[in-house]
Design a protein around this ligand. Structure first.
Ligand code: AMP
Length: 418
């Protein structure tokens, strides 16, 4: 039975890279005061259509939605922010002191056309910080993630920032943009002509070269920001400069969600092809209110694990996966079961990943298996040696072996094998 298109099995050694990433996320996000949260993979569909926006590609075309037994629509989460904010409201996190900082990782689902770096089930880690209007929070989310990506060893990274304004300045800008798009609709693709009426800002995402050419003359939001938004954006940029984070302003950067306000950002990898966005995010000051809470400003980010792993591969970055030392316990002849149970226990307690032969193979086959498993050492419990209270320690790579006293070995395996 094949896996479903756009999904995949993840196993060793790739799963070791995932684990390494998870532990780095745990470390860096915790250092910045974030607490981990796990929200359900399924939520009521309405949560996503209200937060992401009814006219976005995700809501219109990409959600996996089904009906529960009572006929209610539920959806496999396409992103993490909406669920975290729902949890923030359901659990009264607004009562907690200070800025509430939460982070998560897990599977997300979008019915997109699968290609390299674009799956239908993929993994994201993300951060959400609720409760501050300060540009320092926007900048902190950006440099925290920058620290994480560069800390992984990635080099070929480009940070793009922009501001998408607020309730005050966006509507009048949108009007100007729509006027421009109407005037130039002859030069636009069909998709952009639909978008200009439903979600005009998103036209800038179009990859069509003719549309891109037309947009060169389009009015830009950054030139139409209100005083508050433009001051905020200035400060975010200044803090990034103070922190020596290299960035460029991408004046047409808009993201795929309607909830963003003010700062938006994206980190791209120069080592990947068309699916080169590793991480994105921004400020969303009205989402908490939109979902029924008392208004609270917030900033978030989300990163794609599969794309980060592809970029690591492309850049030849070797990730140190925390492997345990492996040892194989082989038997030759009849061996007392008590010893066969107690010796591996003692080895495991000393931190060795311990494999057994389960007594079904001859010694030669067991040594071969130990080698295939990548065990550096094999401990051979031989009937003859055991009569002398000894075991054989075989160094597999060198093919050498020596007899060691059983008692000494089981109590000091760590130092003998190091
Ligand atoms: P978004 O939630 O759309 O802002 O995306 C955040 C990050 O998730 C992107 O920068 C990508 O790295 C990753 N991502 C988004 N969609 C997919 C997908 N279909 N397959 C793999 N990664 C994805």
């Amino acid at each position: 039975m094949p896996v479903i298109k756009g999904t995949k099995d993840i196993f060793s050694p790739e799963i070791g890279v995932f684990d390494h990433l998870y532990s780095l996320v745990d470390k860096i996000y915790s250092l910045y005061g974030y607490e981990k949260i796990e929200t359900p993979v399924i939520e009521y569909t309405d949560l996503f259509s209200r937060s992401i926006g009814g006219f976005t590609d995700i809501v219109q075309k990409e959600m996996f939605t089904l009906q529960d037994r009572k006929g209610r629509n539920i959806t496999l989460r396409p992103e993490g922010t909406a669920g975290v904010i729902r949890a923030y409201l359901d659990n009264n996190f607004s009562q907690d002191p200070g800025v509430k900082k939460l982070y998560y990782y897990g599977s997300m689902f979008r019915a997109e056309n699968p290609q390299k770096g674009r799956l239908r089930q993929f993994h994201q880690f993300g951060s959400e910080a609720v409760g501050s209007l300060s540009p320092l929070l926007d900048a902190e989310v950006i440099f925290m993630n920058w620290e994480l990506l560069t800390g992984l060893g990635l080099k070929n990274l480009a940070l793009e920032v922009n501001s998408v304004g607020c309730r005050l300045c966006r509507p009048s800008y949108t009007e100007k943009l729509v006027q421009f798009l109407n005037k130039n609709s002859g030069a636009l693709c069909e998709n952009c002509r639909t978008r200009k009426d439903s979600n005009p800002l998103r036209v800038f995402d179009c990859k069509n070269p003719e549309c891109q050419k037309a947009f060169e003359r389009a009015p830009l939001l950054t030139d139409h920001l209100c005083k508050e938004c433009s001051g905020h954006f200035q400060e975010v940029k200044q803090i990034l400069e103070q922190k020596n984070i290299p960035y460029t302003v991408h004046k047409q950067l808009v993201r795929g969600f309607d909830y963003y306000t003010k700062t938006v950002f994206e980190v791209k990898s120069g080592s990947l092809g068309s699916q080169n966005a590793l991480l994105g995010g921004g400020r969303y000051d009205y989402l908490v209110e939109l979902l029924g809470g008392a208004g609270a400003p917030a900033v978030g980010s989300a990163a794609g694990m599969e794309r980060i792993i592809l970029a690591l591969e492309e850049e030849g970055v070797k990730v140190e996966t925390a492997g345990l030392k492996r040892v194989f316990v082989a038997t030759a002849g009849t061996v007392d079961r008590t010893l066969l149970l107690s010796l591996p226990d003692r080895l495991r307690r000393q931190g060795f990943q311990t494999f057994l032969s389960y007594g079904e193979k001859g010694l030669k086959a067991q040594l071969k298996e130990a080698d295939r498993l990548g065990c550096g050492f094999c401990l051979i419990l031989g009937e003859e040696e055991l009569k002398r209270n000894a075991v054989i320690l075989r160094f597999l790579a060198r093919g050498e072996q020596k007899e060691v006293p059983l008692e000494e070995f089981s109590s000091r395996a760590g130092s003998i094998l190091s």
